[in-house]
Design a binder for this molecule. Structure first.
Ligand code: PNS
Length: 150
C-alpha cells in the first residue's frame, strides 16, 4: 500500500490544498489529510470546524481520510504506516522553507520520503492566511475556499 500523509494546519483548507490532494489521489492508495494540532498555537477556526470542512470537501474521495494528530509528523507517519509525506509548493519561498523541513524529517525518519506537487499558477497566490484576512474583514473568499466558513 502506498500511504501518504498530507499534513497541515488547514486554518482553513483552501482550494490550493484541495488541488494538491486531488492531484495526488491517482498516485497513492490512501491519503491521510492530517491536521497537526499544536497546543501552543492559536488557530482562527476551531478544530471541529476544520475537520468538518475537510471531510466535506473530500466526501467523494474514498482514498482520503481526515484525521487530527499531535506531535511530530513522522511519528504519525510511522503510526499509520505511511512512507510518504505530501506537501504542495506554490513558489520558490515555499520550496526554501519546505526543503529544510523535508531534510529534518529525512534525518528523523529516512524511510519516509517527502513528495512535492506544484500548485497551478491560478492557485499559487492562495493561502490560508489570505483567506483568514478576507474572513476577518468580511471580504469575498469564495474564490479560494470551496465551502462557507460558518
Ligand atoms: O499548514 P502548515 O501550517 O504549514 O502546517 C504545519 C504542520 C502541521 C505541517 C507543521 O507544523 C508540522 O509538521 N507540525 C508537526 C511537528 C513536526 O513534525 N515538525 C517538522 C519536523 S521538526
Amino acid at each position: 500500500m502506498r500511504i501518504a500523509v498530507f499534513p497541515g494546519s488547514f486554518d482553513p483548507l483552501t482550494k490550493g490544498h484541495e488541488e494538491i490532494v486531488r492531484k495526488a489521489v491517482p498516485l497513492f492508495d490512501k491519503i491521510y489529510v492530517a491536521i497537526g494540532e499544536n497546543a501552543n498555537k492559536k488557530y482562527c477556526f476551531p478544530i471541529e470546524k476544520r475537520l468538518q470542512w475537510i471531510r466535506q470537501a473530500f466526501a467523494d474521495e474514498s482514498k482520503v481520510e481526515v484525521v487530527v494528530y499531535e506531535g511530530l509528523t513522522i511519528d504519525f507517519c510511522r503510526k499509520v504506516g505511511a512512507r510518504f509525506i505530501l506537501r504542495g509548493l506554490r513558489n520558490s519561498m515555499d520550496f526554501q522553507y519546505e526543503k529544510d523541513i523535508a531534510e529534518a524529517n529525512r534525518h528523523l525518519a529516512p524511510e519516509v520520503e517527502t513528495i512535492f506537487l506544484l500548485s497551478s499558477p491560478e492557485l499559487a497566490h492562495v493561502s490560508s492566511s489570505l483567506v483568514r484576512e478576507l474572513y476577518h474583514h468580511q471580504g469575498n473568499y469564495s474564490e479560494y475556499v470551496s465551502f462557507e466558513l460558518k
